[in-house]
Design a protein around this ligand. Structure first.
Ligand code: ADP
Ligand code: ASP
Ligand code: MG
Length: 456
């Protein structure tokens, strides 16, 4: 079959729980085989493996702890290998990756190089892509693992690398497209390489983004995100048992949901899809027959209330300066300092002599390093008094025409009577109303809002 005779091309991504073990991979392989349009498969590391690799990168992890972590990672891989019947080519590749993990972990004891960290963090995806291709072949499909670093070019900002869109398109045309005529290509999510060939990573949860970037480069017709829930729900189904799947949602709404913490999609996933108008499907690899959510450019209904999302572990910076009073330039100076330290500001409110802003931790890097450095705080302290509050959660009501519909605030706040709302942001976007609350109260706030807006 030539690529031209494939009516349309899909890129399918499978997350960590979907490729957690051999049985899970089998279910995913059946989904691929059932749809001949799916020619590119993007996989995450098996569930838990990236967390273990992150722990290996931490300075405080002892030699003994590192050994235990490597053993845990190896045990996950060997269980899959055993069930595959230990094919010698796959076994050799996995052994090679595992010994590379040990070498890199030792190297990190000597150097805190971010490049070495990224190389180490990428190894989970390396393993799962080799396995997934083998599982497909076992089922009779023609499939190979492909090193995504040949095409997913990024800058050299290790831990949170920026993809270079035009370069990715060019490289994909050259190295990836010709392979798709007669086989399914299985490749790694989350991983890229800079122009020197050094491994980079896109930040935690970045495999969704990888799939969308490859779909954009190949001008695919759809991206499928296969996960452990049957689509995007009205809120995280783990938080509200009555949350229900949304059959169809617009790019704007989905982008807002991802940005405000709906972990089911990495926040950047929607960008490539919007640029190329590629529709995105989200479904469960455990129950594909349940269908899922289609994210499209245009949707039939645009309700005022679509979903509630929550983003935990928020930092509030309160800056106080008398210079602000009837003066110019204070905000410009503050934002320049934050930009210099690569901090992305999220929400902001101001008064006469105070600015309160929350920081977007989705901007933090793959190895989980924090945002607020000593250097940043010191620089800010030079022109204002800085107070930092942690332990907050940002709850967002997401929908349409929120800022221009009467009664929204009443419905939102009538159930929040007993909670201390630390900050409110509404008006900038027609798609959201955000409140900052104590993290310990977030689950109850979500429950109350979901009940009032979606279960009444
Ligand atoms: P994967 O490993 O497949 O990428 P993730 O754990 O990153 O999966 O994302 C899936 C999880 O996202 C779900 O298990 C669910 O708990 C969480 N989630 C948060 N908000 C939502 C939402 N609105 N709809 C569906 N899932 C959500
Ligand atoms: N394996 C990476 C992570 O756990 C990327 C992903 O799963 O999307 O963050
Ligand atoms: Mg994810």
């Amino acid at each position: 079959m030539s690529l031209e005779s494939v009516v349309s091309l899909n890129v399918a991504k499978f997350g960590g729980t979907s490729v957690a073990d051999y049985d899970a991979m089998q279910r995913c392989a059946d989904i691929i085989i059932a749809n001949p349009q799916t020619r590119v498969v993007v996989v995450s590391a098996s569930s838990g493996v990236t967390n273990q690799l992150v722990a290996l990168t931490q300075a405080e992890t002892s030699v003994e702890e590192s050994k235990a972590l490597i053993k845990k990672i190896a045990s996950i891989q060997y269980q899959i290998l055993d069930k595959l019947g230990n094919p010698s080519d796959v076994a050799a590749r996995i052994d090679h990756i595992l010994s590379h993990i040990s070498t890199l972990s030792e190297r990190l004891k000597l150097t805190r190089s971010k490049a070495v960290m990224d190389e180490l963090l990428s190894q989970g995806e390396m393993c799962s892509s080799v396995f997934f291709a083998a599982v497909l072949r076992e089922k009779g499909a023609s499939a190979s693992a492909f090193d995504v670093r040949q095409v997913l070019r990024t800058d050299s900002h290790h831990g949170r690398a920026e993809p270079q869109i035009e370069m990715i398109a060019e490289l994909a045309k050259q190295h990836l497209e010709p392979l798709l005529c007669d086989q399914v290509i299985v490749t790694q999510g989350f991983v890229g390489a800079d122009s020197e060939g050094n491994t980079t990573t896109l930040g935690r949860g970045g495999s969704d983004y990888s799939a969308a970037l490859l779909a954009e480069a190949l001008q695919a017709d759809a991206v499928e995100i296969w996960t452990d829930v049957a689509g995007i729900y009205t809120t995280d189904p783990r938080l509200a048992p009555n949350a229900r799947p949304i059959p169809e949602i617009s790019f704007n709404e989905a982008a807002e949901m991802a940005t405000f913490g709906a972990k089911v999609l990495h926040p950047a996933t929607i960008l490539p899809a919007v640029r190329q108008k590629i529709q995105v499907f989200v479904g469960s690899s455990w129950a594909p027959e349940q269908g899922g959510t289609w994210i499209r450019h245009q949707v039939k209904s645009e309700p005022v209330y679509r979903a509630v999302a929550v983003r935990r572990d928020q930092t509030l910076l309160n800056l106080h300066s008398l210079q602000m009073l009837h003066a110019q330039g204070f905000l410009a100076e503050t934002f320049a300092t934050l930009a210099k330290h690569k901090i992305s500001v999220d929400l902001i409110t101001t008064s006469e002599v105070n600015v309160a802003l929350t920081l977007d931790k989705t901007g933090s890097d793959s190895s989980g390093q924090g945002l607020l450095s000593e250097a940043l705080l010191q620089e800010l302290s030079q022109h204002c008094r800085v107070r930092v509050e942690e332990g907050l959660a940002l709850v967002a009501v997401i929908g349409n025409n929120i800022a221009s519909t009467a009664g929204v605030c009443r419905r939102v706040f009538e159930v929040l009577e007993t909670y201390n709302v630390r900050m409110i942001c509404q008006g900038a976007s027609p798609h959201n109303l955000c409140i900052l609350v104590d993290e310990a109260e977030a689950a109850n706030v979500i429950g109350a809002l979901h009940e009032n807006l979606f279960e009444a």
